[in-house]
Design a protein around this ligand. Structure first.
Ligand code: UDX
Length: 455
């Protein structure tokens, strides 16, 4: 099939490349010309595991262009994958989506053959109907089908998540659902050769396909993200309670997760969720509910818990050090999670701001995200690419992002580098054997005083 993807962000680019990989003829279009030039040179502008290798494997089946209108006119299926960032009041900004839709309609205006326009951007319920109305206002609705096809990929594992999805959701008319079933056929049947770096999970023979109406698909995407965010806020509240009563949240997460009705995933307590989806989508769903006249109380609590959780570490640090004023604090990790360079809604930014406000001298390290972070960090925050230098003479270290380099550094090495071995682990991720070298503080677990210091 001939597919055009509008938008070359995480979702658009990964989708375009994976669709080309499984055999479709794909054009990725974006108004950002420098991005397009980079992609034409075979250079992937985002840090995403395996994506450059996948692109190289696609050969002639994928092209890149800044001519979005022409690209839309050349396709059987146009996928809209543009950003829907949150506006101040939490509502998603749909201006980019509507602008992209106008361009697509311009591109297909003279085309005789039908076009399926698939929205992959996360949007409020009813947006698909608005897209259909836009086509109708041009008098071409009989040649246009609108579908909603929400995306569930995670950054850092976007390629395997796309090749081996746990479900594919197709919202729209029976004809739109059938076209999406054909588009994703090779994924549904798992009928393609897996790339060497992302082998097919054992036992995966086929992928479930949910054919639903447009509105349910739109709302379902928010429901999935809000539910996962709720799990995280729940375990974070349990962790805060554990801190007060002296229980261990990891033990509780284990007990909870082994109940198959609950599941193990997303019960890792820490500093709260960040990234491009959970913060934005929880606020958007709350706003959507509000505008429909419904007060989604549970979601308000999820959002509030997450806002508070970022500062739990700061309190732990303050009590461990007595005061933060004049103390040198090393921030280990800036990106919202490992294996990405994405700084969107990264909790590190709020944590650093709070530390600086209390007079701490902050020095931050990240193996991948420093470039993106520098534009967002306050000028007073120091940064370095050298981990040893970041830790040198530190009064305390705070693990914010669980990059392997921090987990493999070794308790003893931390202790030797730092002035004082105070280690606040915002992810409960440091290996147990390393903790006894340090004055170790996790989230929702008893503090471990360093063995050497207490003797
Ligand atoms: C998420 C969804 O998982 C994905 O399905 C959707 O398409 C986009 O949003 P992503 O934002 O890439 O993906 O990251 P994810 O791995 O889900 O983590 C989100 C945030 O939650 C991160 O800040 C992570 O550190 C945090 N998290 C996750 C926890 O604090 N605890 C957990 O147990 C899991």
């Amino acid at each position: 099939m001939k597919v055009t993807v509008i938008g070359t962000g995480y979702v658009g680019l990964t989708t375009g490349i994976c669709l080309a990989y499984i055999g479709h003829e794909v054009i990725c279009a974006d108004t950002n010309e420098s991005k397009i030039r980079q992609l034409r040179d075979g250079d992937v502008p985002i840090y995403e595991f395996g994506l450059p290798e996948m692109l190289a494997a696609c050969g002639e089946r994928i092209r890149f262009t800044a001519e979005c209108r022409e690209a839309a006119g050349a396709a059987d299926i146009v996928i809209l994958a543009v950003g829907t960032p949150a506006k101040a009041e939490g509502a998603p900004e749909l201006a980019y989506l509507y602008a992209a839709m106008e361009t697509v309609l311009d591109g297909i205006a003279e085309k005789a053959a039908p076009t399926l326009i698939v929205n992959k951007s996360t949007v409020p319920v009813g947006t698909g109907d608005k897209l259909a109305a836009m086509a109708a206002s041009r008098g071409i609705s009989e040649r246009v089908e609108i579908a909603s096809n929400p995306e569930f990929l995670r950054q850092g594992s976007a390629v395997p998540d796309t090749l081996y999805p746990e479900r594919i959701v197709a919202g729209g008319s029976p004809a739109a659902q059938a076209a999406l079933r054909a588009l994703y056929g090779p994924l549904l049947r798992q009928d393609f050769s897996p790339p060497a770096f992302a082998p097919r999970p054992t036992g995966l023979a086929s992928v479930p396909f949910y054919a639903v109406d447009l509105k349910s698909a739109e709302l379902g995407k928010y429901a999935a993200n809000a539910f996962l965010a709720m799990k995280i806020s729940f375990i974070n509240e349990m962790a805060n309670l554990c801190d007060r009563v002296g229980a261990d949240v990891s033990a509780i997460a284990g007990m909870l997760g082994s109940d198959s009705r609950i599941g193990k995933a997303f019960l890792q307590a820490g500093i709260g969720y960040g990234g491009s989806c959970f913060p934005k989508d929880t606020k958007a769903l709350h706003h959507i509910a509000g505008t429909s006249g419904y007060d989604f109380k549970l979601l308000s609590a999820v959002i509030e818990v997450n806002r508070f959780q970022k500062y739990v570490l700061v309190g732990k640090l303050r009590s461990a050090l007595g005061t933060l004023a004049g103390r040198r604090v090393t921030i280990l990790g800036l990106t919202f999670k490992p294996e990405t360079d994405d700084m969107r809604e990264a909790p590190s930014l709020s944590i650093i701001e709070a530390l600086l406000a209390e007079g701490a001298n902050v020095i931050a390290h990240d193996p991948v995200g420093l470039r993106a972070a520098k534009a967002l960090l306050p000028a007073e925050a120091g940064t370095t690419l050298n981990l040893d230098e970041a830790l040198q003479d530190a009064d305390a270290a705070v693990l914010v992002t669980e990059w392997p380099v921090y987990l493999n550094y070794g308790g003893r090495t931390y202790r030797e580098r730092m002035k004082r071995p105070i280690f606040v682990d915002g992810r409960n991720a440091l290996p147990a054997a390393d903790r006894s070298w340090l004055d170790y503080y996790g989230v929702g677990m008893r503090a471990v005083p360093s063995a050497a210091l207490s003797t």
